[in-house]
Ligand binder design. Structure first.
Ligand SMILES: [Mg+2]
Length: 363
């Protein structure tokens, strides 16, 4: 509970303007709130009228949690402050809002004009409008900020490989990951990695003997399986290899555009391109078809998991394959992958480029 605003006014006109503005804001505040009006007007008709006006408005469009008021003992010689207090919850907006704002506005005019003195500008005592806002945990911007901060730290830990191993994204981070993957964040991070990779690749002095190599992972590096993960909670569900293989068999994964541009430049520079993926050898054809139809051409080798590789971790499998590539005399200058298991282990490339992926972890 906290005070959102406290208004004190001493002239009728200013009070009206402030009350109107303030009440208007309350209507647009989707929070539980308590409204308290301290009035110096000693009029037994005033409070029932104001209470009725507020109740009518809130009855239809708000849930009136409580409303109570008190009238001072009538004593015209003593201007005892009067209290009206009501609590309400803004449930929804309505096209008739304008009409009800007008009703409330009229009631506020009544507040400001009743029992008025002959002086048309000065109120007998300051009128104070205080609003206490009790923030709902689910709607609280502070709470949202905390979740965002928590999930940003979690994603940083993922991308910096401080969190391994993990099975699913945290429940509370589903919306965060969805937002990151669906909006500019993911795309921007991908573009940054591609930009830095290209800068490095353009500076490599190729010896011209055809032995300078670049290794690319496939899933979430060249191909985006985001539609599959959209249907599976952005990584909230435990990875289902059968369901994922069915998605792969459709051969409809789209290119990660920034990676496609990098790939094309790497090919143009004259690197030997190795595609090294954890996909099964059984999916070679569909993988080739998928890659080809969305613009990936001219790779030199496509290495998939054979039957003998299925019990190996990705780190083991990919390290072994890189070692064989190097044993054949290739110099691996660059390696691009969305998992640290694409990049770490043994026989590592001169430079490794980690693409973002907060949706899943492969050891
Ligand atoms: Mg991958």
């Amino acid at each position: 509970m906290r005070f959102a605003q406290s208004i004190c006014c001493t002239t009728r006109t200013r009070c009206l303007v402030l009350l109107y503005i303030h009440t208007f804001e309350l209507y647009y505040t989707p929070l539980v709130l308590n409204l308290t009006i301290h009035s110096s007007y000693n009029n037994s008709k005033l409070l029932p009228f104001l209470h009725l006006s507020l109740s009518r408005i809130h009855k239809r469009y708000f849930t009136l949690l409580s409303a109570h008021f008190s009238c001072p003992k009538t004593n015209n010689s003593v201007q005892t402050p009067t209290l009206l207090s009501c609590s309400c919850m803004n449930m929804k907006m309505n096209p008739f809002l304008l009409l009800h704002k007008l009703l409330l506005f009229m009631s506020l005019i009544y507040v400001s004009t009743c029992q008025e003195t002959l002086n048309p500008h000065t109120l007998p005592r300051p009128l104070i409008l205080e609003t206490r806002i009790k923030q709902s945990p689910l709607l609280s911007s502070d709470h949202d900020d905390d979740v965002t901060l928590h999930c940003t730290s979690w994603r940083f830990a993922v991308e910096s490989n401080n969190l391994s191993p993990w099975k699913t994204i945290p429940q509370e981070c589903k919306d965060y990951v969805k937002d990151y993957m669906s909006n500019k964040g993911y795309k921007s991070d991908l573009e940054r990695v591609a930009k830095e990779s290209l800068l490095y690749a353009s500076g490599v002095e190729l010896k011209g003997d055809g032995m300078d190599a670049w290794v690319f992972d496939i899933d979430e590096t060249l191909l985006s399986n985001l539609p599959y993960y959209v249907d599976h909670g952005y990584g909230l569900e435990v990875f289902d290899s059968e369901a994922f293989d069915k998605w792969v068999d459709n051969g409809i994964a789209q290119a990660i555009e920034s990676s496609l541009k990098l790939y094309e430049e790497v090919v143009k520079f004259g690197f030997k391109v190795f595609l090294l993926t954890g996909r099964s050898e059984m999916r070679r054809n569909v993988t080739v078809e998928n890659l080809s139809k969305i613009g990936f051409h001219d790779w030199d080798y496509l290495i998939l998991r054979g039957a003998e590789d299925h019990k190996k971790t990705a780190t083991q499998f990919k390290s072994e394959k890189r070692r064989k590539i190097m044993e054949e005399g290739y110099r691996i200058h660059g390696n691009s992958g969305d998992q640290w298991s694409d990049l770490l282990g043994s026989s590592m490339s001169a430079r490794s480029f980690k693409l973002p992926n907060p949706m899943y972890y492969i050891a």
